[in-house]
Design a protein around this ligand. Structure first.
Ligand SMILES: Cc1cc2nc3c(=O)[nH]c(=O)nc-3n(C[C@H](O)[C@H](O)[C@H](O)COP(=O)(O)OP(=O)(O)OC[C@H]3O[C@@H](n4cnc5c(N)ncnc54)[C@H](O)[C@@H]3O)c2cc1C
Length: 299
């Protein structure tokens, strides 16, 4: 990232929330479940599946975690009622991981049990490295019990290739992404090409291990490498999927769907949109540039 872009990104927390909200609205479906359902319906019409995410993280009050669980139960009811094609993604720090691991596990258990009743599926997002071990513990325990959970591996983590070995021989589902948190170099690869190389290695290892992979990327290089691996290993259409974020590179989304791949879009919604939006803007200085312009022009 250039020095200018670094400065731009560093200045984001100073930008008024209302302006961040306006520019970041492309990444978030809205504040309510109805907003998210409308977005998913539109995506389904375009041939994409979805995963709905209730925004929020790092809660320190049990009441907030419990409210998030209740919201997820409403999400399953909404998906079923509206007959839309979506599963859900959850963040463990929204569900109380930083309060107490057992409390969090019980919350995830309630969500997974409800998902099972609706014939649905729960993806556990991966957050920063302080949560990785606990996330994998909860995933393994609840997947064994309910059988309808998946987890996320981050290609920038040095541990990722060996984490593949810890997966069960059958039935695992992993979303593979580069990773978005700022991690220390001792545990995470830092070079852009290094992370790409580790992504491709991890993807092939997951495929060979028989894992259902959600190939989560907007990096055309990786989409191309993934298509080659899908071909090399003779994967059928229902043995993997591509995944992309709402509001990012819709052209690549269309290209992958038209090429015959299944693709799922991550649809976040909720009132706690600010930290999520700031992370998305940090990732893309081009958009941060619009934020700066809007701030300076007062529009
Ligand atoms: C479905 C999905 C789920 C994810 N879940 C997690 C998770 O659980 N944990 C986690 O740590 N990370 C998660 N991520 C984020 C991921 O780790 C990366 O930070 C993110 O996807 C950017 O990496 P990339 O592979 O797209 O490559 P990049 O090289 O970052 O991006 C490739 C190109 O995509 C475009 N692009 C990327 N980001 C943006 C953006 N915000 N706005 C506009 N254009 C953009 C740009 O044109 C860029 O050149 C998820 C990503 C996806 C797609």
């Amino acid at each position: 990232m250039s020095v200018f872009n670094r400065m731009l990104v560093a200045g984001l927390p100073l930008v008024p929330k209302v302006i961040v909200g306006r520019v970041a609205s492309r990444y978030v479906a809205g504040e309510s479940l109805d907003d998210a359902i409308r977005t998913v319906r539109e995506l389904n019409k375009q041939g994409a599946m979805a995963t709905m995410d209730v925004l929020g993280e790092e809660v320190s009050e049990r009441g907030k975690a419990t409210a998030a669980v209740e919201e997820y139960l409403r999400v399953f009811e909404g998906i079923d009622r509206e007959k839309i094609d979506s599963n859900v993604s959850i963040k463990l720090t929204l569900l109380g991981l930083k309060i107490d691991e057992g409390f969090c596990r019980d919350n995830v258990g309630r969500i997974a049990e409800t998902a099972r009743r609706y014939g649905n599926f729960v993806r556990i997002d991966m957050e920063d490295h302080t949560t990785t071990d606990a996330t994998l513990r909860i995933y393994h325990e609840l997947q064994e019990r309910h059988g309808n959970l998946g987890v996320v591996f981050q290609a920038y983590m040095r541990r990722t290739l060996s984490d593949v070995d810890g997966l069960p021989a059958r039935g695992a589902s992993v979303r593979l992404c580069k990773g978005i948190y700022v991690e220390p170099r001792r545990i995470a690869w830092k070079g852009y090409d290094t992370v790409r190389a580790n992504y491709v290695q991890a993807l092939e290892k997951l495929i060979v291990h028989g894992v259902y992979v959600g190939i989560a990327t907007h990096d055309e290089y990786l989409a191309c490498a993934a298509a080659a691996l899908i071909d090399k290993h003779g994967l059928k259409r229902d043995q993997y999927e591509f995944q992309m974020l709402l509001g990012v590179d819709e052209e690549l989304r269309r290209i992958l769907i038209e090429a015959g791949h299944r693709l799922r879009v991550y649809v976040p919604y909720g009132r706690d949109w600010y930290p999520y939006s700031i992370r998305r803007l940090r990732e893309n200085p081009e958009v941060a540039r619009h934020v700066l312009r809007a701030t300076l022009s007062g529009k």
